[in-house]
Design a protein around this ligand. Structure first.
Ligand SMILES: Cc1cc2nc3c(=O)[nH]c(=O)nc-3n(C[C@H](O)[C@H](O)[C@H](O)COP(=O)(O)OP(=O)(O)OC[C@H]3O[C@@H](n4cnc5c(N)ncnc54)[C@H](O)[C@@H]3O)c2cc1C
Ligand code: FES
Length: 292
């Protein structure tokens, strides 16, 4: 246990956690309506080389003439040289970002937050449960685990979203399904056309896939990210199926300003989502007031 804790505490240190670093947009990919994936490289070569993060961590992204927003890193630290962020257009700042093109400049500070306990998960099965945009931080975890496949036992990915049109990383997820070293199950809320039917294994809610997972729950770590409203139901279904709540980790979003535990905007009870999270054990979500 002591060794595991030591491992958890050996987080990569950001180059300078307080300094926004200029970064160039190198690629913009339309993933789904109102969802784009942006790729960035830092102008400072040293920052580019030293940048490291843990899957599940986030950055504070400065959108010129917009402001700062917290965004999860969707690329894996095992694939260095580029930082990728997937952003849904929901308001003023994300609208400005969605108009930006390759060659435009932004600023990024971080990485912040705790991330998933990837080292503690080593030697165990991993069950990844993603709902909607929740696949973004989990994409970082998926590629991290696949690039270090020998360190983990069986891996399952469950992904649920509204319809085929709203599926993010379509090609990647299709290719993941063809791999023999992981098992992927995809579900859509409701089949409305042939494309939906072709894409998904099932119709319904993510919780319906949990009993189909054939893993020994006691030997499994679970990573969940999706709409907070789903956490209660996913949590209940996981517990019903024997997964220990100490081995289930969920990613939570709160409004953030500083990202470094100073402003109090993200406070939940005695915890700050930006430094104690955004990844929390399921136990916290059940026992801290207003967690979900
Ligand atoms: C740790 C963390 C990671 C995130 N990762 C991503 C990501 O990978 N991709 C992505 O698209 N978005 C992510 N978000 C949310 C993103 O930060 C907000 O959507 C963004 O700040 C909205 O800015 P805006 O000016 O466009 O919209 P605003 O005008 O600020 O907000 C538009 C609407 O969204 C709501 N909102 C804004 N921020 C949040 C929040 N944090 N939680 C709940 N509701 C909110 C507002 O109340 C409002 O109704 C993340 C947030 C956090 C805290
Ligand atoms: S965002 Fe300021 S304390 Fe968390």
């Amino acid at each position: 246990m002591k060794k595991s804790l030591e491992k958890l505490l050996t987080k990569p240190l950001p180059v300078n956690p307080f300094k926004p670093e200029k970064a160039l947009i190198t690629d913009v990919e339309d993933l789904a309506p109102d969802h784009k994936k942006f790729s960035f490289v830092f102008l400072d070569e040293k920052v580019n080389e030293e940048w490291n993060h843990i899957p599940g961590q986030f950055v504070m992204l400065t959108v010129p003439k917009g402001g700062e927003i917290p965004i999860s890193i969707c690329s894996s630290p095992t694939r260095r040289g580029t930082v990728e962020l997937t952003v849904r257009k929901v308001g003023r700042k994300t609208e400005v970002l969605h108009k930006m093109q390759p060659g435009d400049l932004v600023a990024i500070r971080g990485p912040y937050g705790n991330g998933f306990p990837v080292e503690i998960m080593e030697g165990h099965n991993v069950l990844i449960i993603a709902g909607g945009l929740g696949i973004a931080p989990l994409r970082s975890l998926i590629w991290y685990i696949l690039d270090k496949r020998h360190l983990y036992k069986d891996v399952y990915i469950l992904y649920g979203t509204r319809n085929y049109e709203s599926v993010l990383y379509k090609d990647e997820l299709r290719r993941l399904k063809e791999r023999k070293d992981i098992k992927c199950l995809y579900i859509l809320d409701k089949f409305e056309n042939e494309e939906d039917r072709k894409w998904a294994d099932r119709e319904g809610l993510l919780t319906a896939l949990i009993p189909e997972v054939s893993l020994d729950p006691k030997e499994t770590y679970v990573a969940v990210c999706g709409p907070p409203v789903a956490y209660k139901f996913i949590g209940k279904e996981l517990i019903k199926n024997g997964y220990p709540e100490s081995q289930v980790f969920v990613s939570l979003e709160r409004k953030m300003e500083c990202g470094i535990g100073k402003c109090g905007h993200c406070q939940i009870g005695y915890k700050f989502a930006c430094v104690d999270g955004p990844i929390f054990p399921l136990w916290d979500t059940k026992n801290l007031p207003e967690m979900i």
